[in-house]
Design a protein. Structure first.
Lengths: 466, 278, 307
């Protein structure tokens, strides 16, 4: 058994070396990662159910191929039908919001970050399948509990699907040239490396525009790494703190080493600059590596990834796009929806799916980190641990409209930008961010725990709209 | 008036050429990008104005990996129908307001016009509820019926302007000869306004051709998407933009329409001048 | 007998009907019904819902409570909102001004006979026809801080020595967006005004020329007064569109850097949808209304005077 496994791994190495492994991996056998003897909850899909699923247009073709293939498999086993709609990832939120407020539309949505917490009362309780999947596949990563559980009812309202995760992307030869084996994990050392890279004419580049993914991810990480945060556990705004000022002092040093123009960068900019050889270090998903393997082999061979550096708090503080599937209560086929999601995350489906995504999407279930894709190419391995390393949007407060609004307003991105680009002092910038955050965190609706009982009562009759 | 060559050169050709270059440059850029392979796009050492290894790969992707032609058809379908509906409704309304001067024509005209001021960004959420109740969700008819909300105010006002510019005498003569109002409207007013109808139609068609927000909100399935939505939602994948096919699509979606327009514009200007000389 | 009576009845009915159809008030009402029906169902009704939203604290998926002018008060205290108000006015005024001037100039240039006139007119329409979502992507690519062809050529010409940060600097970003908007808006002015220019009787110019009026004087005394009503209508429409612009900004900068390019439309969308605060988003949109109504009333009054 073990030897066989070893062989397959070598096969992987071969196939990935040739190019994008994707489809090749899907058919290869591997050791099961599932725990034995966990019984699935008894779910009977409604007869002739037709499910409408909304998800984001994939980042990598293998995702779509396997997702559709698994869906077809489910259709064949249950006799139900699924209509999947793919739209660009940034448009999922408006559509899901509309479905929630109209009370009709897609049955299942694969949404982002705080989405389920914007309309928790409209979502189906999925505690049974979440518990089952957790038990069977080694438990959920810690951040999942924050993202998928409604804190007021303590029930699961979403199934975490994982996230398109970011790592430090770097050019090996240039990093070696300035005396490092790989980018250091100590954040101060990391800044030093960036300075040296810049001196050598190979500056790093991090997005500081209103970039939904890359911009939010690295700036939140940076703030948290120094112990700064927007709010505390009880949703009190605590951004204007010495920790934040320290983070801002440090980021100013970092910014001085960056390539000019990052203030306007949106998500695609760093990909292009990296592939053009303009920058040496950036934060990104595996999309640069995947593109390079196809068309810029000289860059693919010279690039590598490491996890984000660790700051004075001494533990990883990453933020990544986080994807979760949720079911609207208005669906006519609640059991079929749950059964479908459960089926898609079961090993026979999920394993080839995750493999086919060649590292784009980090898994939310711990055992899926054992899948061969993560070790098939050492350059992919760092992406495996990203979800385990991440905190949630709105850390350390609750998920909800306030945290969603703060991210949508780019409060943290602008905080960093104010200091780096617009020359404000750290204290001044922190004060501005504080004012902006107070607009949302003060409102009563934004703190579910503290919410007065009166509005809560009103919501109950409004929720089950049929 | 005879103009010297140099005077014509500086007062006509030079400014015209500057304008044409400014207006065309982004299209040249689309064309240029649509022929470039990805690798060349990101190569900073090459001259970006020139395509070194032209490829039809992007065209192939667009036509065979997406259902671009279907999107074109959808867009035409929606644009033509909503333009027709709007023109019909606006023509009647504009005539009534401008020519009949009925009791509340002033306030009605204002009310219709104010309709134009309401931004779609705030309308689309309540509108979604209505579309849903009417069972028009994910149907092209939802667009055919909602686009007139911004087309009618626009067309009505444009046509009211035209009615104003057409002399009343002909209508009055016909009325004295005993023709009914509706007959006068059909036989005299409409032919006289044809240029105005054309120009309102052109602008209405363009506005619906470009509409983005409603189409994004109300249409779900790939087969029912319009061109702008189809291209942007299916050729932008995460942080990877498929520049080549995107630009090819943009070109293919605009150039044929522009050519059709050039024909119409000629027609409508000729009609306009002709009608007024008589 | 009976048949005759019936016929007479019909005749009377028909006469009554045709009299009714000649009645200006009745016919007027009848003719505006189609337009008003569509506008009522798909515009007025959702609009009233939207207006109501602006007075509530609705967040996505949760019914809000009536909070009176709470949203408006909190917006007036929000520095971002004031910045956005400034941006919107700046954007609208500058862009419309340039569109009007350049569009008019181009219309005058084109108002003569020359070879390939049809082709040139078609070319000029192109920016207007292409879906904004796509032209915005082209501009975005042209403004790229690394790959911009504009920077590339200026460097090659030796005019600058490092790449221009088109979208990272607030002033540059505003200029860049205005240029894109002007590019898109010129055809509307040109084609509209060209149609108007062609209706001006050439004998007027000839008479003026015989009287010895120069070209500037002819423009001031003949062209401008005759075209002014049309110009006012076109400008009004362009102002409305520019004021409510959304796509261009959303694609190119998402309102950045540091909200320097956010407009009412984009801020409203950002706070309502990604931010989840429907009520506040609606309130921002509602702020647009009185301002636009004011603009329109001014131009409207002006048009009345011309009548």
């Amino acid at each position: 058994m073990k030897e066989k496994n070893g062989l397959t791994r070598r096969d992987f190495l071969k196939s990935t070396a040739v190019g994008i492994a994707g489809a090749g991996l899907a058919s290869l056998p591997f050791e099961s990662v599932a725990q034995k003897g966990v019984e699935p909850p008894p779910l009977k899909p409604e007869k002739d159910a037709v499910l409408r699923v909304l998800r984001w247009e994939v980042f990598v073709q293998g995702d779509k191929d396997l997702w559709n293939k698994n869906t077809k498999k489910w259709e064949e086993t249950t006799g139900c039908k699924v209509m999947t709609e793919y739209i660009s990832w940034e448009d999922v939120r408006p559509k899901a919001a509309m479905a929630a407020s109209v009370g009709a539309g897609h049955d299942i949505v694969l949404g982002w970050h705080d989405d389920p917490h914007l309309y928790p009362d409209k979502l189906l309780d999925v505690t049974d399948i979440a518990t089952y999947l957790g038990k069977k596949y080694g438990g959920w990563e810690p951040v999942c509990y924050k993202y998928a559980i409604n804190p007021r009812t303590n029930r699961w309202i979403a199934i975490p699907m994982g996230g398109p995760v970011n790592c430090i992307n770097y050019r090996e030869s240039w990093v070696k040239e300035v005396g490092y084996e790989k980018p250091p994990s100590n954040i101060f050392e990391f800044i030093k490396m960036c300075k040296k890279l810049k001196e050598k004419g190979h500056p790093p580049g991090f997005a500081l525009g209103h970039a939904v993914g890359d911009g939010n991810n690295w700036t939140h990480h940076w703030l948290w790494a120094f112990g700064g945060k927007c709010v505390d556990k009880d949703a009190n705004v605590v951004i204007n703190s010495p920790e934040t000022w320290n983070a801002l002092e440090a980021v100013r040093e970092l910014y001085d080493t960056l390539i000019p123009g990052t203030a306007s960068w949106l998500d695609p900019h760093n990909n292009k600059a990296f592939l053009a050889g303009e920058i040496s270090v950036t934060t990104n998903g595996i999309s640069i590596y995947a593109a390079a393997k196809g068309k810029w082999p000289e860059i693919a061979n010279d690039m590598n990834h490491v996890n984000m550096p660790i700051g004075p708090v001494g533990k990883p503080t990453e933020l990544h796009l986080f994807n979760q599937a949720f079911i609207f209560k208005y669906t006519r086929f609640p059991n079929a929806c749950k059964h479908y999601l459960m089926f898609m995350l079961e090993e026979p489906q999920a394993a080839p799916w995750i493999n086919a995504m060649i590292g784009y999407v980090g898994p939310s279930l711990k055992d899926y980190k054992k899948l061969p894709i993560w070790t098939s190419d050492p350059k992919i391995t760092p992406f495996r641990d990203c979800i385990a390393n991440m905190l949630w949007n709105g850390y350390e407060g609750p998920e909800g409209p306030a945290s969603a609004a703060a991210m949508a307003e780019y409060v943290v991105v602008d905080l960093i930008g104010d200091v780096c680009v617009r020359g404000k002092s750290p204290k001044e910038a922190a004060r501005i961010a504080e004012q902006r955050l107070l607009r949302y965190y003060k409102k009563k609706v934004s703190v579910p725990k503290k919410e007065a009982p009166a509005p809560a009562k009103k919501e109950v009759p409004a929720a089950p709209k049929k | 008036m005879i103009e010297s060559f140099w005077s014509k050169f500086f007062r006509f050709y030079v400014p015209l050429i500057i304008f044409v270059i400014f207006l065309l440059f982004p299209f040249y850029w689309m064309f240029n990008t649509s022929l470039k392979p990805m690798k060349e796009l990101y190569n900073l050492k090459l001259n970006p104005f020139y395509v070194h290894q032209p490829t039809l790969e992007n065209m192939k992707t667009l036509l065979f990996d997406t259902i671009f032609l279907r999107w074109m058809y959808n867009t035409f379908f929606v644009a033509i129908l909503s333009t027709a509906i709007s023109l019909g409704a606006s023509l009647l309304a504009a005539y009534a307001i401008q020519r009949l001067k009925f009791k509340t024509s002033g306030p009605t005209g204002l009310a219709i016009f104010f309709g134009y001021l309401i931004p779609p960004t705030i309308l689309f959420i309540p509108l979604a509820t209505i579309i849903f109740d009417l069972r028009l969700w994910d149907s092209l008819w939802s667009l055919v019926l909602t686009y007139p909300t911004f087309l009618i105010p626009f067309c009505t006002w444009l046509l009211m302007g035209y009615f104003k510019s057409i002399p009343k005498e002909m209508e009055e003569c016909a009325m004295i000869d005993g023709a009914s109002r509706l007959r006068v409207f059909w036989r005299i007013v409409i032919p006289l306004c044809l240029p105005g109808i054309f120009s309102a139609g052109i602008f209405a068609f363009t506005l619906s051709w470009n509409e983005f927000l409603y189409a994004l909100a109300f249409i779900s399935t790939t087969e029912s998407k319009t061109v702008p939505i189809g291209l942007v939602t299916e050729l932008v994948r995460g942080d990877v933009y498929h520049w080549g096919p995107l630009m090819t699509g943009a070109l293919l979606a605009s150039v044929p329409v522009a050519l059709v327009y050039s024909f119409f514009v000629e027609h409508y200007v000729a009609g306009l001048t002709g009608a007024l000389k008589e | 007998m009976q048949i005759q009576a019936e016929e007479r009845g019909w005749l009377r009915l028909r006469n009554a009907f045709s009299t009714l159809m000649e009645n200006r008030n009745f016919l007027g009402f009848l003719l505006v019904i189609p337009a008003e029906a569509i506008l009522f169902i798909f515009l007025a009704y959702p609009f009233i819902l939207g207006l109501w939203l602006g007075f509530t604290d609705t967040v996505i998926g949760r019914k809000g409570d009536f909070i009176g002018v709470g949203n408006y008060v909190s917006l007036l205290k929000d520095s971002t909102f004031w910045l956005v108000t400034y941006n919107t006015f700046l954007y609208t005024i500058v862009a419309v001004l340039f569109k009007a001037i350049l569009g008019f100039v181009l219309a005058i240039i084109l108002n003569r006979d020359f070879k390939a006139k049809g082709l040139v007119r078609a070319i000029i329409l192109l920016p207007w026809i292409i879906p904004t979502a796509l032209s915005a992507i082209v501009f975005w690519w042209l403004y790229d801080s690394t790959f911009s062809a504009i920077s590339w050529s200026l460097i090659k010409m030796g005019l600058i020595n490092h790449k221009i940060d088109f979208l990272g600097d607030p002033t540059n970003a505003r200029i860049s967006l205005i240029v894109a908007n002007v590019w898109r808006g010129i055809p509307f002015f040109t084609i509209g005004l060209l149609a108007g220019l062609q209706t001006i009787d050439p004998t007027l110019y000839e008479a003026a020329a015989i009287d010895g009026a120069g070209s500037w004087k002819r423009f001031r005394r003949i062209t401008l007064p005759l075209i002014l009503p049309l110009l006012a209508v076109i400008t009004t429409f362009s102002t409305i569109w520019t004021f409510g612009d959304f796509q261009l900004v959303w694609v190119i900068t998402k309102g950045g850097p540091a909200n320097a390019t956010h407009l009412f439309g984009t801020l409203s969308f950002q706070r309502a949808i990604p931010g989840g605060h429907f009520g506040e988003g609606a309130a921002i949109s509602n702020f647009i209304l009185p301002i636009l109504v004011l603009c329109v009333l001014i131009s409207f009054k002006y048009l009345k005077r011309e009548d």
